[in-house]
Write a protein of this length. Structure first.
Length: 403
């Protein structure tokens, strides 16, 4: 059964619009334990914008704890709850933008098998989030995490290992948070990067190997072959195409597998940058299926290929489930977007399944449906991603550059 989390969020504005701030917290639904707290000033903004900002901060904190958990959002803003539940229309442009950003967290969570529910609660029940939002309006910024991958972390601060600067306070996991008011912030659009400037993500599938030509599966933890002669030509052609079309600051990232690294190295050389390796972009681990064709897998494991396509939690013997793959690729994707920043570009040399995962998350479709999208070896797929969660698939499976 999926883990259950509770997000309580609030926001306020003294003047409406006026000095604004937001607050949010995450609890474990089963134990009631506090897992995370967030608060920040927003400068001059409306109550509704502040409330949406608190919601987004809470969803973001919950995603860091468990991206596939079931989340119950509780807020005393009837407007936000009804709009996010789809029962009320959203007319104001600022709130449309923020609702899109909040929905991006919801889509990713549902793609991982989780869900989000929306509940209105009276203000007196939402007092903890209200207190945090007042901290934000007072100019305080709180980023407090009380969880670890293994559960609640109860180690004392002296053992946390993160030294505090003068004037900061450390919670018992060592996460820094401010206790003194900070300078008023710009309006809420500055809380995240400028939503008018997109980040460009170019997904580059690796060139062919002998496994590719032989239609053999090759996942993470398998034989890890190099590009063959044709694959090296494909990687060079893709690199030339990227150098011709991309300008400005460009990052190049690849999976840790040899064929992707070789493809990424070719692109990095053409663009004059250093290659960064991120193993979360690796192909899915297919366990004992590695090195087998689909026909051989079906003969040895009847029905399991179909099960893998339809059941996100199915894993081949010794391999990795689709759910596990989505969790790490979604994390890698967020890292890539953050590294490039608004107006920047990142080229990611990766594999068929991670590429499909990104497209499924962006388009809000199932992993099974995403298989209907073509992604040839050494092809280019370009995305435009905005900080508010909007995204556009600019082109898909571009192969005109290939020899």
């Amino acid at each position: 059964m999926a883990r259950e989390l509770i997000v309580e969020a609030d926001g306020g504005s003294r003047g409406n619009p006026g000095v604004a701030g937001y607050g949010a917290l995450v609890r474990d639904a089963a134990s009631g334990e506090l897992l995370a707290e967030r608060a920040a000033p927003l400068g001059k903004a409306s109550n509704n914008v502040a409330e949406y900002s608190g919601l987004i901060a809470g969803l973001e904190a919950a995603e860091a704890i468990d991206p596939g958990a079931r989340v119950a959002v509780r807020m005393d803003s009837k407007l936000v709850v009804e709009q996010m539940a789809g029962r009320w229309k959203i007319k104001h442009e600022d709130m449309k933008r923020l609702a899109l950003e909040a929905n991006s967290f919801v889509r990713r969570r549902r793609a991982l098998g989780g869900d989000v529910t929306w509940t209105w609660i009276p203000r007196e029940i939402n007092k903890d989030a209200d207190k945090l939002s007042n901290d934000g309006m007072d100019g305080r910024r709180v980023v407090r995490d009380l969880w670890s991958p293994d559960g609640i972390d109860t180690a004392p601060a002296a053992e946390a290992g993160t030294p505090a600067a003068a004037g900061d306070t450390v919670d018992h996991t060592g996460t820094l948070f401010d206790t003194e008011p900070v300078a008023p912030q710009a309006p809420t659009t500055a809380r995240r990067p400028d939503v008018a400037t997109a980040t460009t993500i170019v997904l580059l599938r690796h060139g062919v190997t002998d496994f590719t030509v032989g239609q053999k599966l090759d996942g993470r933890g398998g034989a890890d072959p190099s590009l063959n002669a044709q694959g090296r030509r494909q990687a060079a052609a893709a690199a030339d195409e990227l150098a011709a079309r991309l300008t400005g600051a460009v990052h190049v990232v690849s999976s840790s597998l040899t064929r992707a690294r070789e493809t990424g190295e070719s692109a990095a050389r053409a663009l004059g940058v250093a290659l960064q390796v991120d193993a979360d972009w690796d192909e899915q681990d297919v366990g004992t299926w590695d090195g087998l064709t689909f026909a051989e897998i079906e003969a040895a494991h009847p029905g399991e290929l179909s099960q893998m396509r339809s059941d996100a939690d199915f894993r081949p013997d010794g391999g990795e489930s689709h759910t596990e793959l989505v969790a790490r690729v979604a994390t890698a994707f967020r890292r890539a977007v953050d590294a490039a920043g608004p107006g920047g570009t990142v080229v990611v040399a990766t594999h068929r399944k991670p590429l499909m995962v990104v497209l499924a998350l962006i388009l809000g479709i199932s992993g099974e449906t995403a298989w209907m999208l073509q992604a040839d070896p050494a092809s280019l797929t370009t995305l435009q991603v905005w900080a508010d969660g909007r995204a556009v698939v600019q082109n898909l499976n571009v192969t005109h550059h290939l020899p």
